[in-house]
Design a protein around this ligand. Structure first.
Ligand code: GTP
Ligand code: MG
Length: 637
């Protein structure tokens, strides 16, 4: 692993840890000065936990034998001194492989048997059900053992055509999305459906997650890859080989599985060592390579700076032999720099900006509230010092004025109750739109319609209807989310305009990323439904499988948006309510002070001392909070 990449990842982990520490410090401050309630505490922990669990997902997609696995070996696992993941001529990686690290889980390879394809549950379900997987423990100190164990990723089995067909892995009418028959009626199929490699590598520990995929034939058979994993990856590496150029099936994969999604794409022209030719010299090599690079960028419609030329194999060999010249000629540094300078920082920005903004708003609201209280305390002090030596009728008059202020303020506070109610009602409706039971009813209806339908057309019609209904529900939820945020903003503006309280930051509920997911899903479904090859009667199996994944992905998106909305609802009103309470308390205190003086219960000096002590306490709180705010500011840098 390059020093730069290592540094980039280490910096990422460090900043993430600092952020988590900052959040904890703020939660502690709230606890000491407000008595942090259980719910708020939970929210802070949630935010910290979400940061800790964040994953940066890189997917490697290409036709078979382009060198995906070799590149992963070279980029991440050369330190083992050998080829760790199986990479060989012809089809090698037989099942999609997710490589990452989950804390608390021993190094291991988990494999999902291919027979699970006979069942209706989506892949997401199996991922949550460890018992369905076959597990091999790995010993990171023993590269031989690891190498042997990882060979399972290349395992295949031979079954009859009927068996392969039942598994949805063989289709006599099409060679897309299926395995080939060998002429004797037998079909070679993968032994495993999916693999998860848990491994304590520094990059993986820092939150990097890699998805290695098999070539074209296998991509089409697992809709979760095409509907969820690949579109949701943070970056997709698409590989080509110099010896084959851009073939028809390369283009098929690029167009169907990569380019149409909005993630960040990198094309990698691999195996440049095949162009190395001692007899032709460096210049001729460069010329040929540049021509191929330009051609690739043009065909794939990618900017040149997103197309890289490497030799994964020579990079791996160079790293294992510590041959600096070979490493340099392999071109791997270009990709490593891209990861460390662009992909990792971009992800970090999104993640950090989101979390920091959220927490910084919260801190700033607290700071503003403290400032208001201090300002009012000082005004109170001034008024008291003006009072000293004057008669107590003066105190009574001041008190009457203050009561008028308070009546006005109470009216605004009362008005806010209506806002609160409206926001809550909208929130409930929103959650109802996205609720599991609502979706469940829709899915059941679609499932029943599909069950009754004997024709492919009927199946397709039900699926289309389902996707339209789902997006309609999502639209309604999004509208409600906009409306409730507007209510809240209007209410805050009133406190500002009528009572001179500083404006405050309201937490933002942003469902855009989920809307994009829904739009994409809708588009995928429409395309699937209008693809003539899916209208064949034999494709019932495929349609049902596709349906299961659409349902699962919709469910996931609804669930995530609902969770986001719930979180928003639980925090959105908080800052305003805190502010209302704080201001009211302060008005009450001033009234009480004036009351005591007017009623001769206490002297002006005595009250002034009390108010001063109060201000000192606020100053100390503010100093602590300023320190915490500084921590967050330094994270922005
Ligand atoms: N000459 C040369 N061969 C390479 C290079 N990269 C990979 N190969 C070879 O190409 C073959 C295929 O590599 P893999 O890494 O298995 O390819 P893959 O894309 O993972 O293929 P599947 O797993 O089947 O989808 C292997 O024999 C590699 O050693 C390279 O840069 N140069
Ligand atoms: Mg492979």
């Amino acid at each position: 692993m390059s020093a730069l990449l290592e540094e980039g990842i280490a910096d990422y982990s460090r900043r993430r840890d600092n952020l988590v520490a900052g959040i904890t410090a703020f939660a502690d401050w709230l606890d000491r000065h407000h008595g942090l309630d259980a719910e708020r505490n939970l929210r802070m922990t949630d935010l910290a936990e979400a940061l800790r669990r964040d994953r940066l997902m890189l997917a490697f997609v290409a036709e078979y034998s382009r060198g995906k696995t070799e590149l992963i070996n070279a980029l991440f696992f050369a330190g083992f001194g050998q080829r760790l993941l199986p990479s060989d001529a012809g089809r090698t990686t037989m099942c999609p492989t997710e490589i990452g690290y989950e804390e608390g889980l021993a190094p291991q390879l988990r494999l999902l048997p291919i027979e699970t394809r006979l069942r209706t549950e989506p892949l997401a379900h199996f991922k949550l059900t460890p018992i369905e997987w076959s597990t091999v423990t790995l010993d990171p100190d023993d590269p031989q053992q690891m190498h042997a164990a990882l060979h399972k990723l290349a395992e295949s089995r031979t079954v009859t055509r009927a068996e392969a067909e039942a598994l949805g892995l063989y289709n006599p009418d099409s060679d897309v999305g299926a395995m080939q028959e060998d002429g004797s009626g037998m079909v070679e199929i993968p032994a495993w459906r999916y693999a998860m490699l848990n491994f304590p590598h520094p990059l993986l520990k820092a939150g990097l997650c890699i998805l290695d995929t098999p070539g074209l034939n296998a991509l089409g058979t697992e809709p979760e890859l095409t509907l969820s994993s690949i579109p949701n990856a943070h970056a997709v590496f698409f590989l080509l080989a110099t010896d084959t150029g851009v073939t028809r099936s390369d283009l098929d994969i690029w167009q169907h599985y990569v380019h149409r999604h909005i993630n960040y794409h990198i094309a990698v022209l691999n195996k440049i060592d095949m162009l190395w030719d001692e007899l032709r010299g460096e210049l001729a090599f460069r010329a040929t390579l540049n021509k191929q690079l330009e051609e690739t960028a043009r065909i794939l419609k990618l900017p040149q700076n997103q197309v890289f030329a490497v030799s994964a194999q020579k990079a791996l060999v160079g790293k294992i032999r510590q041959d600096a010249d070979l490493i340099s000629r392999s071109g791997i540094a270009g990709l490593e720099n891209l990861l460390s300078d662009k992909i990792v920082p971009a992800r970090r920005e999104i993640l950090f900006e989101g979390a920091i903004t959220q927490i910084a708003d919260h801190v700033n609201n607290e700071r503003a509230t403290l400032a208001v209280r201090m300002r009012e305390g000082l005004a109170n002090l001034k008024q008291l010092s003006d009072l000293s030596g004057k008669n107590k009728e003066m105190a009574a008059q001041l008190r009457i004025n203050l009561i008028k202020d308070k009546v006005r303020y109470d009216a605004t506070a009362e008005h806010f109750k209506a806002t609160r109610k409206a926001v809550r009602q909208h929130g409930e409706q929103l959650l109802d739109r996205l609720s599991e039971s609502a979706l469940h009813a829709m899915l059941e209806e679609a499932r029943a319609a599909m069950g009754d339908s004997w024709t492919t057309k009927g199946l397709i019609r039900s699926m289309r209807r389902l996707s339209e209904q789902a997006i309609q529900r999502f639209n309604q939820a999004e509208k409600l989310s906009v409306a409730m945020q507007q209510y809240l903003l209007a209410a805050c503006e009133r406190f500002h305009k009528e009572h001179g309280l500083p404006r405050m930051a309201i937490p933002v509920l942003d469902l855009t990323s989920y809307r994009l997911r829904m739009d994409k899903l809708m588009q995928e479904t429409q395309e699937f439904c209008s693809d003539p090859s899916n209208l064949l009667v034999e494709k019932h199996f495929m349609i049902r499988r596709f349906y299961t994944e659409v349902a699962s992905e919709t469910q996931k998106t609804f669930e995530l948006s609902a969770r986001e909305a719930k979180r928003w609802l639980s925090i959105a009103l908080d800052p305003v309510i805190q502010r209302i309470r704080g201001y009211k308390q302060m008005l009450d205190e001033r009234l009480e002070t004036l009351g005591r003086i007017a009623d001769n219960v206490s002297g002006v000096q005595e009250q002034m001392a009390l108010v001063k002590a109060g201000i000192d306490k606020l100053r100390r709180q503010k100093a602590e909070l300023d320190e915490i705010a500084k921590r967050f500011e330094s994270l922005h840098a």
